[in-house]
Design a protein around this ligand. Structure first.
Ligand code: DLL
Length: 442
């Protein structure tokens, strides 16, 4: 334990440190119940009838394989409330997923679901150092997005004091951080980067803030990004993962050992499958996460194809929790770019850029297809201190960036260095790709 920087407090050892066999019998019992609850929904009724299965067909965890997958398109087809399994009188809250196009997907919670959700958030917050004597600032948007309210009630459960700052207005966020001596901040990693930048611009030092911990989630980020943020702010940053369709934040989160995110397996079964064959991949192999919610009442969901690519680890964690862990999410399978036939994830470009000094960790990949040939540009922001008009220096920097990107992706991008602060900042999830290849411009 001495290697841990923070004391490793386990919040609910009776659930988080269960013997595997005990956990698996609990999962089986809960899975049967989940199938029963899902059977009232038209979508599952139809699927189960086609496959000739019901809750009695589930007699071992292996029988999970008999169950159908659920996709985002299925949820869309049953918009707005076709996946709600309880009467309106039992609904306590409705959130929606952050749909980029078209209508959102509604997700409902009963009172019990809300209680489970806050417990799950409390668990990963405690695992990452939150204690009841801290002040925690929630800089996720409060609204349909599950980040704000999900984490809010998780913090409340831990007993820490909450500053519900919500997202945006970075100057005010910093004033709150400084004046209230905030210990912990909860937001997206890209927003933390934004805050770090404004802190620097204001001439504040790390020591001017009491800020010690951060819990980041909601978007893909890299280990290199963690180092950059921790270094800039003098904090320890923890990763947590979740998605609205399953519950929101709280599916998994890191403990003090930071060797992957502990999956809250008493409430979720997470499979990792080959996205093409849908067959399970081996331990430690990359695949798409498929999640079954075992206890959700309002919106039961079975074998949901998340599109998130990650790996699962089964080995023991020194923290004492016995749950399986998942790696960082490398990206979403639908985020994968195919550039001149090569598969590239924005996270690989990010990893490369963060190896180069003299540039800000803000970038935008732009893709065009003139004359049917992919043209990939990466716009990279310079830092105010390295911003220069000396051509040879700029060229050297571009060459360095090109080398790092091609070493990781095997591709050469056109590198465009852009002035400090010129790329758009968001207070929520960052946008790193603008793909104009399929846009028909008449
Ligand atoms: O982003 C829930 C959440 C809020 C999780 C706050 C953690 C903290 P959605 O808006 O439905 O829900 O987006 C879910 O975001 O499928 C992943 O692609 C991505 N995502 C969430 N957390 C992480 C993470 C919330 N830690 C989608 N690393 C998911 C990488 C993440 N990607």
């Amino acid at each position: 334990m001495s290697e841990f920087v923070i004391p490793n407090k386990i919040y609910q050892p009776e659930w988080e440190c269960m013997e595997r066999s005990e956990l698996e019998s609990l999962q089986l019992k809960r899975l049967k119940d989940a199938v029963k609850r899902a059977s009232v929904l038209d979508f599952y009724k139809k699927k189960f009838a086609e496959l000739k299965i019901d809750s009695d067909s589930i007699n071992s965890l292996d029988d999970l394989k008999k169950l159908p997958f659920t996709t985002k398109a299925d949820l869309r087809e049953y918009y707005p409330f076709g996946f709600f399994a309880v009467p309106r009188s039992e609904l306590a809250r409705i959130h929606a997923s952050s749909g980029t196009t078209g209508k959102p997907t509604f997700v409902g919670y009963t009172k019990k679901d809300l209680d489970t959700w806050s417990t799950l958030c409390a668990r990963f917050l405690v695992a990452g150092g939150l204690t009841s004597d801290q002040i925690a600032q929630v800089s996720f948007g409060y609204g349909l997005f599950t980040g704000g309210f999900g984490l809010h009630y998780g913090i409340e459960k831990v007993g820490a004091a909450i500053i519900p700052a919500s997202s945006g207005n970075t100057q005010k966020q910093i004033m709150l951080l400084q004046d209230a001596k905030v210990d912990t901040v909860i937001c997206t990693p890209s927003y933390a980067l934004n805050i770090a930048e404004v802190i620097k611009e204001k001439g504040l030092k790390k020591s001017d803030l009491a800020w010690k911990f951060a819990h980041f989630g909601g978007e893909q980020w890299t280990e290199e990004m963690r180092e950059r943020i921790e270094d800039a702010l003098g904090i320890k940053a923890f990763n947590n993962y979740g998605l609205s369709e399953i519950i929101g934040p709280g599916v998994s989160g890191e403990c003090a050992a930071r060797r992957g995110m502990h999956i809250q397996e008493d409430h979720f079964i997470v499979e990792c499958v080959n996205p093409e064959t849908l067959e399970p991949v081996g331990e430690g192999e990359e695949g798409e996460l498929v999640i079954t919610a075992l206890t959700k009442e309002a919106c039961p969901i079975i074998r949901y194809r998340t599109r998130d690519l990650a790996r699962l680890y089964y080995d023991k964690c020194p923290c004492g929790r016995t749950t399986r862990r998942m790696s960082r999410v490398k990206g979403r399978s639908d985020d994968m770019l195919i550039i001149r036939g090569v598969n590239v994830f924005p996270s690989q470009v990010e990893e490369a850029l963060l190896k180069v000094s003299g540039i800000a960790p803000h970038y935008l990949i732009e893709l065009y297809r003139p004359n049917n040939l992919d043209n990939a540009i990466v716009k990279v922001e310079m830092l105010p201190e390295t911003f220069s008009d000396k051509m040879d220096e700029l060229q050297k920097l571009k060459n360095r960036i090109d080398r790092e990107i091609s070493a990781i992706t095997g591709l050469h991008f056109e590198i465009q260095l852009v002035p400090p602060n010129s790329l758009e900042r968001t207070a929520g999830k960052a946008k790193h790709v603008a793909d104009y290849r399929n846009l028909k411009i008449e």
